[in-house]
Design a protein around this ligand. Sequence first.
Ligand SMILES: C[S@@+](CC[C@H](N)C(=O)[O-])C[C@H]1O[C@@H](n2cnc3c(N)ncnc32)[C@H](O)[C@@H]1O
Length: 193
Amino acid sequence: MTSVDSEKFGNYIKTQEQAWLDIFSTYIPEEKTIKIGNGFGYLSELVRPLTKELSVLDIKTYPLTINKDVVQIYDGLTIPYPDKSFDTAIIVFTLHHIPQSRKYFQEIMRVTKKRIIILEETYDNIFQKLHLYYRDWLINKKAEQSCGLHWKSYFSRKELNRLIKSNKLIEIYRLTKKHKSYFKELAILDIHP
Ligand SMILES: C[S@@+](CC[C@H](N)C(=O)[O-])C[C@H]1O[C@@H](n2cnc3c(N)ncnc32)[C@H](O)[C@@H]1O
């Protein structure tokens, strides 16, 4: 990518992420927050002023990452913090990059006291899943974001509902947006006190 292309692409991603943040920003309590998955860092840095303390975790940074110095790199499996370290966890378009995403979700539950904000791409049938997987692969390639995709780590809409129910999470807000043939789904979930 030339530097002009990178700038254009960066601005496009930032605009998209700002639009999502406008929807869920009021649900971020001004306390301790962990953001899991950083991408190029735009969203993390837009979230930073909204919360008292922000930790950002990822397995790597990329040539276009704007906040390399604040990203905490870890093994991608065990969140390197004690139980209930954070009031809020935010995970945006990242669960499908994590092997055994359901098991990993228990890690998120372990370190979080109050609220989990998830934004994920979901599907209802195999055709939508194939389309979604292909689009993710293409977009990550264009973005030169070399992070793996895990077929089994995607959630259908039913599976996402099951995850919420089985963990006895309280749904504070839910938004499902049809995107291409599949969906983009935002869930703001409170942990039972
Ligand atoms: C497509 S990006 C989405 C990030 C989103 N745009 C944001 O700013 O929140 C997915 C990110 O998840 C990261 N990632 C992959 N596996 C991870 C893991 N086990 N824990 C945390 N982040 C992970 C990737 O390195 C990449 O930065």
